[in-house]
Design a protein around this ligand. Sequence first.
Ligand SMILES: [Zn+2]
Ligand SMILES: [Zn+2]
Length: 812
Amino acid sequence: MLIKVLLPLAIPRSYSYKVPEALQSQIRFGIRVEIPLRGKLYSGIVVNTSAEEEDLVKPKAIVSIIDHEAVVTSTQLKLWQWIADYYCCTLGQVMNIAIPSGLKLHSETRISASDALDSHLENIKDDDEFMIAEALTNNAEISIDELRKILGKNTVYPKIKSLLDQRLITISEHLIQKYKPKTQDFVRFTEPYRSKEVNINNAFELTTKSEKQTQTLLAMLSLSQKMEWIDKSDLYKKSPSDSTVINALIKKGIIEKETFEISRIKPEGDETNVLPPMSEAQQGAYEEIKQHFSEDKNVLLFGVTGSGKTRIYTEIIQETINNGKQVLFLLPEIALTTQLVQRLSKTFGAEVGVYHSRLNPQTRVELYKSALGEKSIFIGARSSLFLPFRDLGLIVVDEEHDPSYKQTDPAPRYQGRDTALYLARLCGAKVILGSATPSMETYLNGIEDKLGVVNLIHRYGDAVLPDIEIVDLRDMYAKNKMRAMFSLPLLKQMKASLELGEQILLFQNRRGYSPTLQCTVCEWNAECPNCDVSLTTHQYYEELRCHYCGYKNIMPKECPACGNQKLVKLGFGTEKIEDELRKYLKEAKIARLDYDTAKTRSQFENIIYDFEHHNIDILIGTQMITKGLDFDNIGLVGVLLADKIMNFPDFRANERAFQLFTQVAGRAGRRKKKGKVMIQTFNPTHDVIQETLHLDYKKYYTRELDERKQFLYPPYYRQILITIKHKSMEKATAVSTYMVERLKASLGPRVIGPATPSIARIRNMYIQHITIKMEKDWKIVGQVKDLVKAEIVSIRNQKNMSTVRINVNVDP
Ligand SMILES: [Zn+2]
Ligand SMILES: [Zn+2]
């Protein structure tokens, strides 16, 4: 019997293995098996149970079978294959991110002391051997890697062999299973008592001499009158029982004990909410969605912030699970901590599983497996697309425009929204893409009738749209109307809002204190030694930090170049805003929400809680404050510097800017109150600023789509971005120039570059970009991908180029 096994490695193929006769009956698709490869052991997944003999390679035998039941379904494998083809990577790379780490095994050789070691320790003459032996008397097991560290040398095998020959140590090459099921001991009465064959009073007669045993039996009866399995820890709580008592009762044949696997998944919400009826507008939208579904169309739910999309989602989710099908609700990673998740959990109670990267590995495995069984609703970030759904009926992609749906590193560089559409096709499920500011791709699909479009343009209840005001910074600076980064009109409005008891959000898309530290004499700039960027100052830590590689250094007191003691902090981030604001609004309670103050889920939740309960008047934040938050007392939202976002060197800069400004503005004035939004900018006539000012969606989409078409950008054209990295700038340039020449020979002007990106070096690697723009024609796109893959293989096989790192990003 020959099988094909897939490994979570970047190797381009799967391998064939023989199955020993004794194991053959247990082999099935989707289970994990232990296999040898190049002297190591791996766990791989059986993807084909009847492989053909290959000519050249003689297949080895599998070592063991790990699972009894499949951990991967055939639908999942089809999805992986599509991702590998579409995003130009290997199936192993997809598997690597698709399977929770708790289901991946790794090989480690470990050494332990034999019984003889202690008494022979003194006789060991060799110094290295003695060090190994000594280390083993303090540790139960040591890996080869650890031994190398202990000895400070790489060649340790001869020493190990010598110790083995003297029978002082033992060795084992085994796979370590990271996931251990959580188990619990249970007890119950034995069969004769349960079936009433023997009267329960007889049991008590057997325990008359022991008060503890009698109490334990009484407690068992009170815990389960039907004499079912009882959790041992519950019994311990209810009686003076302990292991001695339990063992005595087992010995007397009254009770039996067994260990069961139990789940680590806690239900997300134990109380369930009763929902208010849908409004007329919501009811209308709901019926439109159903109509599109019945015509076999997926739907874009284009609903302004505050229109109550969630209410419509819950209605359709309920219907889907009533039909016995499962639901996947996708959110941007950052929004997983927010009120929306709590609301859905409250509505659907224990049916809901929240799947994200911060779960501990064990819980992640259990949630993963629960998709094959009992749970019906999964809320998660893009990685939850890889769950093994039993029967998926609906995928909701909320905030479908959000850039965090796209994975950038490592491969596969997939777009979660597009993958969701493909997964739904595989499963016969329907998709709702929800957004207040749909992406250009989705909007165009709506225009071209590939998606049903459902508009929800009214805010829920009597909530009204905010007043938006643009503050011209050129004018403010010229007339001396700036106080730090605040214009006088903004300061005045803040004071007015505070007096009315309203809360304020201030948005700046940059954390830290200031992005640049400069010498006033020689113009020295604090720069990262590993990247071509300035270091950001962090006042609170008195540190300089690189936001690209994590490099840190203490803040210098004087210029390292000329010794001048006056260093200025140019520009501003959220930390500096907080600092400055305290000078102008001394009475206000001010807090900050960014990556530095909300590193963990609980820190994030605490800040949100404080804001909700008005322990905070003014919240300053990065885009963390724009996502999924719903407060009802915000009188004012301020954008401190709009320009940085609009001027970002990317063809999507305008799209991102409009999305961000509209999202931020959407936080202002909900529930009957008209809110105020103030946007400070040096460029008040910029298209995006004007479109935001008038909330002119139509103009925004028309203009942006026209520009994309004119300059051959997505969604009208397709793009592939190839990134080339190397420690040496010359090598990176040489290889990218070579690659461009080769690609141009077949693709002509579709190939652009090589170009140096705005940040030319990150983590000591020099970067070059090659962009391929091509027609939206699957034949051409397929040919281009094949060509790119072939070129990369050929470069990797050339001796002088093989060390260059090449990444392919399809639909960047
Ligand atoms: Zn200087
Ligand atoms: Zn750096």
